[in-house]
Design a protein. Structure first.
Length: 350
């Protein structure tokens, strides 16, 4: 689908100004000077971005945005208005999933243009996520028809963990083969055992999914803080996520657990700094720095098996995120991760 914009504004002068400012760009632009006209266009065409004011004739901005939520779930909505009070702001952000809000006047070719470009990416992410979900559902049906028996493992609404483990462990053995590395039989067994330990943690019977940042922080502290003099973990958060999708916190916790577990295996003494940045909603960033001591890090990096375990952790994280980078400094391990929301996923399956 081509990049496309619907610009809705009751003032024809502002419409002309917008068209003039955008004339050097290649995306498709349609305009409407009333909410009703915009609704008609939305029934006929698909738009990646809709820019609307709040005070529209015949069909106001609030109703138009509600229509977008119901009928155009992938579309990024940008509100461009003279003023917005706190109640409206809460409604637009928390209930109407508005992508950006700009107050007049604005430079169309500055941040406003960049917001439009981000809106195109937002639409593509939404569409890709929906397509991937569709593929997953189709594969799930195929698996059930093949007699894997996933549905039979559900008893009183709860998955039988032992059956799920027996199904998952063969996949782990296959994943070890993905690494194109010379492995002895002993190393192969050690790596499989390492992966099984990861699954054991995630699928233990008393595992409770985290549903908030506070729950994540509590779980991480309980898991990795044993002695006050030897371990220290600090978490810094820049703006909490707005309306995270179901399962987001659980996945975030598992990713953090993997990285911190890796750091804790380098040294029993460590200082860990966790930084979470949700300022860009669909591009949240996670950084974890672990200070483990120069000698401990050098010794760990010299071990072949240890390096392969680190590669496994990195591979798992890369499969669950947009991108992940691991840096080794003098005495510090640094993971830099761009998280993946439900609106943006890679197709890692055949």
């Amino acid at each position: 689908m081509k990049d496309s914009v619907l610009f809705v504004n009751r003032d024809q002068t502002e419409i002309k100004e917008f068209l003039s400012a955008m004339q050097d760009y290649t995306f498709v632009i349609d305009t409407a000077d009333s909410g009703l006209e915009a609704a008609v266009l939305l029934r006929k065409n698909k738009y990646k971005v809709v820019i609307t004011g709040m005070n529209l004739s015949t069909y106001d901005g609030t109703k138009l945005i509600a229509y977008l939520n119901g009928h155009c779930p992938y579309t990024a909505c940008i509100v461009y208005t003279t003023r917005v009070d706190l109640a409206q702001l809460r409604l637009l952000v928390n209930k109407r999933d508005v992508f950006r809000i700009f107050l007049k006047p604005v430079n169309y070719r500055g941040d406003f243009y960049h917001a439009i470009k981000d809106g195109f990416a937002y639409y593509d992410m939404q569409e890709a996520a929906a397509e991937e979900q569709k593929i997953k559902e189709q594969k799930q049906k195929s698996m059930e028809h093949a007699g894997i028996g996933v549905s039979e493992s559900i008893s009183s609404g709860k998955v039988e963990w032992r059956q799920l483990k027996r199904f998952s462990y063969p996949l782990f053995r296959w994943s070890v083969k993905v690494f194109d590395l010379p492995l002895s039989e002993e190393e192969r067994k050690a790596l499989v055992t390492y992966e099984q330990k990861i699954m054991d943690y995630y699928l233990r019977e008393d595992y409770k999914p985290c549903d908030s940042l506070e729950a994540i922080q509590k779980s991480i502290s309980q898991t990795f803080l044993f002695e006050e003099r030897k371990q220290k973990i600090v978490m810094e958060i820049k703006q909490k996520p707005v309306n995270p999708k179901p399962g987001f916190y659980e996945q975030l916790h598992f990713i953090m657990w993997l990285m911190i577990k890796q750091i804790s295996e380098i040294s029993s003494s460590y200082e860990i700094k966790i930084q979470l940045d949700f300022q860009i909603p669909f591009r949240p960033v996670l950084q974890i720095q672990g200070k483990v001591g120069k000698e401990n890090l050098e010794k760990y990096r010299q071990g072949e098996l240890e390096q392969k375990c680190a590669a496994i952790v990195l591979s798992i994280i890369e499969a669950m995120t947009e991108q992940c980078r691991l840096d080794w400094k003098e005495d510090i391990v640094v993971y830099q991760v761009q998280l993946r929301t439900e609106k943006r996923k890679k197709e890692n399956e055949n």
